[in-house]
Design a protein around this ligand. Structure first.
Ligand SMILES: Cc1cc2nc3c(=O)[nH]c(=O)nc-3n(C[C@H](O)[C@H](O)[C@H](O)COP(=O)(O)OP(=O)(O)OC[C@H]3O[C@@H](n4cnc5c(N)ncnc54)[C@H](O)[C@@H]3O)c2cc1C
Length: 385
């Protein structure tokens, strides 16, 4: 009897791959191995769950047993994968070895931890899965002042969400503006102003280096001696693809697990997608790239080798205080941002377009009223891959 296709990880990448495969092959044996309980939830809902009035359990979309039944899966929940034995075609787990005919690595990313000092450094929370969110909700008491380290997409979304539940929030960043990697200056200033109007306090050009416990709360300190008080500290400074298992097995890794356009790693029969993977130099930890990759990989696993291509994939930033859509230009693309204020009867916005020297549109950031132009502008953007 041949071995099953084994999927490592029950996040968006792992489950979407099985869904796509099942559309084409209802019968091939598939085993899903995960350190979590294998229930499916939509990770983007973690950063607007307070406004939606949902706790961690209510965010589950498909409980594990239902997922197994719907997709004809053998599940291995709460199984920690410790290594990959490529020669023997086995995944080694704390529940024993699992033999595979093909292996899909969909094991996500780790939150980056700042090298903080101080008695409260280990209490700093980060939220990258349902369990993290449950721990955050258990710690969050009404009215608590939350400090967020990092004014990127996830930090700003949590800040806006916490404001919707009336929590005082201060967001710290070493950069001079929010969403520094995604927004040019005028757009950044507009975004900061809108979130500030909703009650989010920003401390820019401020790098927190120390967190100390102080009378049931925390004192956050900078290298130049500034101090801030908060009741809870959340770190949202970015994610690092989980490459350790792949690297230890001898697979090629760079920033992520290196795959070709068929999502194949440097070993035959081992594929990778999602937050852990790097396709032609691109690490794109977002839902739309994962859905595109899962469609291609589902076909490949069903017997039709298929190359991945990415259309333009604008990201909607879930900050109701400032509706925002971003599609950054490729790293190192030649060109410049052109920013314009937009005003309609309904309010103001900023339209920022990144154009090549010949005028071709390569990226955009659409804020406030300009976010309503999303479809028309996205249609002019070039494919990502
Ligand atoms: C708060 C938040 C909000 C977001 N909002 C948006 C948004 O609005 N739009 C958007 O496009 N993207 C958003 N993203 C990004 C998007 O959610 C992720 O890109 C996507 O969910 C990643 O899916 P994944 O399957 O690659 O990884 P994960 O969901 O992290 O899944 C990894 C899986 O691997 C398992 N695993 C890992 N290591 C092991 C091991 N050693 N042994 C066994 N199992 C293991 C884990 O248990 C898990 O099941 C957001 C992310 C966050 C954190």
């Amino acid at each position: 009897m041949s071995h099953p296709i084994v999927i490592l990880g029950s996040g968006q990448a792992g489950t979407s791959t099985v869904r796509e495969l099942r559309k084409l092959n209802p019968d091939v044996a598939v085993t899903l191995v995960s350190s979590d309980d294998c229930s499916f939830y939509a990770k983007p809902t973690l950063s607007n769950a307070l406004a939606a009035g949902k706790d961690a359990a209510q965010l589950v979309v498909t409980p594990a047993a239902k997922l197994a039944e719907q997709l004809k899966l053998t599940l291995m929940p709460h199984a920690q994968v410790t290594s990959i034995d490529i020669a023997a075609k086995q995944l080694i787990t704390d529940q024993g070895p699992v033999a595979y005919s093909a292996l899909v690595l969909a094991n996500g990313a780790h939150p980056i931890r700042l090298p903080l000092t101080g008695s409260g450094a280990a209490d700093v929370l980060s939220i990258n899965n349902l369990g993290d969110y449950a721990a955050f909700r258990a710690a969050l008491k009404p009215g608590m002042h939350v400090a967020i380290l990092g004014a990127g997409l996830i930090g700003c979304e949590f800040a806006n969400d916490l404001r919707s539940a009336e929590h005082p929030v201060t967001v710290f960043d070493v950069a001079p503006q929010p969403l520094g990697r995604l927004l040019p200056p005028q757009a950044g200033a507009f975004f900061a102003e809108k979130l500030a109007a909703a009650g989010v306090k920003f401390e820019f050009a401020t790098g927190i280096t120390q967190v100390d416990r102080a009378d049931g709360a925390y004192l956050l300190g900078t290298a130049d001696g500034k101090q801030f008080k908060a009741d809870l500290v959340l770190s949202a400074i970015g994610l690092k693809p989980a490459v350790e298992l792949a690297a230890a097995a001898g697979l090629k890794t760079n920033r992520g697990i290196v795959v070709d356009r068929k999502l194949q790693t440097s070993a035959p029969d081992i594929y990778a997608l999602g937050d852990c993977a790097e396709v032609e130099g691109l690490v794109l930890p977002f839902i739309l790239p994962i859905m595109n990759a899962a469609r291609a990989l589902g076909k490949t696993l069903a017997g039709t080798p298929t190359e991945l291509s990415y259309p333009a994939m604008p990201v909607v930033v879930k900050t109701p205080a400032c509706p925002t859509v971003v599609s950054p230009p490729a790293m190192g693309a030649a060109g410049a941002w052109v920013e314009e204020e937009v005003e309609t009867e309904a309010g103001k916005g900023v339209r920022a377009l990144f154009k090549a020297p010949d005028g071709t549109l390569l990226g955009c950031a659409l804020l406030g009223e300009a976010s309503k132009e999303r479809q028309a502008i996205a249609a002019q953007l070039p494919p990502v891959l």
